[in-house]
Design a protein around this ligand. Structure first.
Ligand code: SF4
Length: 485
């Protein structure tokens, strides 16, 4: 069944078609080790098998099995250089306005509560039922009316929640009730006088559609459409050391395909990728090539402490209209910094933020700046001396900024670019861009199956090419030498 699922994703087929292929397609039968006349299964068996995988937390089983086999066959080296990048996944979810979302969540909660036998209902129940279960909103209504309906929905949601809070815990803890509480908190604020008001903006990770709360809104400044509702996936693959010859298939292996919620950061994604690779028994990579979203002083310091190099461009420091920290030569260990005029700092203070525990260093040039020619570029209006604040891992950023100016760095970073091609391969060849299922767990399973399908196809191409090369070698030996005329 697992092999049938992987083949299904390799061929981008729906369940029914995959079950038919298992019955009638001899290529599938051969691949699955079935007899030619062996009956296949009903399409719903695939659904049930996926549910069993999810129930046992075995979403990664197929992906893991393929990696193990590739490693055993010598197609996955132990210590590798890898590249990493994320791409977005559009969730299986229809667009809803905030009013739609609140009303639909109320409807789901009321219908759920209506199924509980002998539940005493409050006087307002008939009104709620009529408003949210039996009625549809007229979207041609004016903005004022729609705003009124939103306020009404907020008040009703609060009243429903107040009523449910007095009920036994098994009702209060129900999924639909918890979702209503979440949607209410994300969309409304309760004032001191008890009135309910719509909040200005929804927080990151807010529910966009109650039928798929895991599909969340996010945006990427590098994307054309910029925003999407759904999920995110981190893809890591090995990087070939030597360039390929013409027609040679790739040797690269996808080593991690980690699904995240859409607003999660790239740095959290990289930590999840490394954790998963560790769980799969893969050694830590020598180098990870990534874009600026993954690279910062702290993340480079962490990578160095863990024994690998995080290779990628470090973002410049925030612009303040005067010389940024890149213009200074800072030595955090010696607590000294040299300014663009070549003067060494006179004071250095180490500071620790009480809330976050973040450590920063503040350098000052007391009495150095009065007669300086670079004052206009270095100091803000009214400032008498320069002050520079950097984080404790500034040395890593500084070294990277210097490295970024070299030709070797630009050449080395070509290794990262191939990940865009892999994303394209996964999107066009295996349907990575759109979620087939609702809920993050199921999307995670989908992505693992896609990763497994892609690795198998790459592996097959490689084996076929190597066999062909061996044949060419034998033929060239067997062929008689051409005799010149
Ligand atoms: S203004 Fe002060 S800190 Fe800035 S370059 Fe001149 S001496 Fe150095």
């Amino acid at each position: 069944m697992l092999a049938a699922l992987v083949l299904q994703f390799m061929e981008r087929m729906p369940d029914r078609q995959a079950a038919e292929a298992c019955s009638f397609d001899l290529r599938w039968k051969l691949a699955l080790g079935m007899e030619a006349d062996e009956p296949a299964f009903h399409p719903t068996s695939l659904v049930k098998f996926r549910e069993r995988l999810l129930a046992h937390g075995l979403e990664q089983l197929g992906f893991e099995a393929v990696l193990e086999q590739m490693s055993a066959a010598g197609y996955l080296p132990k210590r590798t250089r890898q590249r990493l990048d994320s791409t977005h996944i559009i969730g299986l979810v229809s667009h809803m306005t905030r009013l739609d979302c609140v009303r639909e969540t109320l409807r789901l909660a009321l219908e759920d509560l209506a199924q509980i036998e002998n539940l005493p209902r409050p006087a307002a129940w008939a009104l709620w039922w009529e408003r949210y279960v039996e009625s549809r909103i007229d979207y041609k209504s004016s903005g004022d009316i729609l705003r009124l309906k939103m306020s009404q929905a907020g008040l009703d949601a609060r009243d429903v929640l107040n009523w449910v809070n007095g009920l036994p815990p098994e009702i209060r803890q129900g999924e639909a009730v918890r979702l209503l509480q979440r949607v209410f908190d994300e969309n409304f604020e309760t004032r001191h006088d008890g009135t309910v008001e719509q909040s200005r903006a929804r927080p990151a990770g807010a529910v966009q559609n109650p039928h798929n709360p895991d599909a969340q809104w996010s945006y990427k400044s590098t994307m054309k459409n910029k925003e999407w509702v759904g999920h995110k996936v981190q893809v890591a693959e090995t990087v070939e050391a030597a360039p390929r010859s013409t027609g040679e298939p790739t040797k690269n292996v996808i080593t991690a395909i980690v699904t995240q919620s859409a607003p999660e950061s790239e740095k959290a994604g990289m930590a999840a990728v490394l954790k998963e690779q560790r769980q799969l028994g893969l050694e830590k990579p020598e180098v990870i090539y990534a874009d600026a979203g993954y690279v910062s002083g702290p993340s480079m310091a962490k990578a160095s402490a863990e024994g690998f190099t995080l290779m990628g461009p470090a973002l410049p420091s925030a612009k303040r209209g005067v010389y940024p920290s890149e213009a200074f030569e800072v030595n955090v260990e010696r607590r000294s910094a040299v300014c663009p005029a070549g003067k060494t700092s006179t004071q250095c203070a180490r500071m620790k933020a009480a809330k976050t525990g973040r450590i920063t260093y503040r350098f000052e040039w007391v009495g150095c700046c009065d007669g300086c020619n670079l004052k206009a570029e270095c100091l803000h209006k009214g400032e008498r001396g320069r002050m520079l604040r950097v984080n404790e891992h500034h040395t890593f950023s500084q070294t990277r900024w210097q490295l970024m100016r070299t030709a070797e760095f630009k050449k080395d970073m070509h290794h990262r670019n191939g990940i865009e091609g892999t994303h394209s391969e996964l999107v066009r060849g295996y349907g990575l861009r759109k979620a087939r299922y609702r809920g993050e767990k199921k999307v995670r399973l989908q992505n693992y199956l896609i990763g497994a399908a892609c690795n198998i196809k790459r592996w097959c191409r490689r084996v076929t090419w190597e066999a062909k090369q061996a044949m060419v070698g034998i033929e060239s030996i067997a062929k008689p030498m051409a005799v010149p005329a």
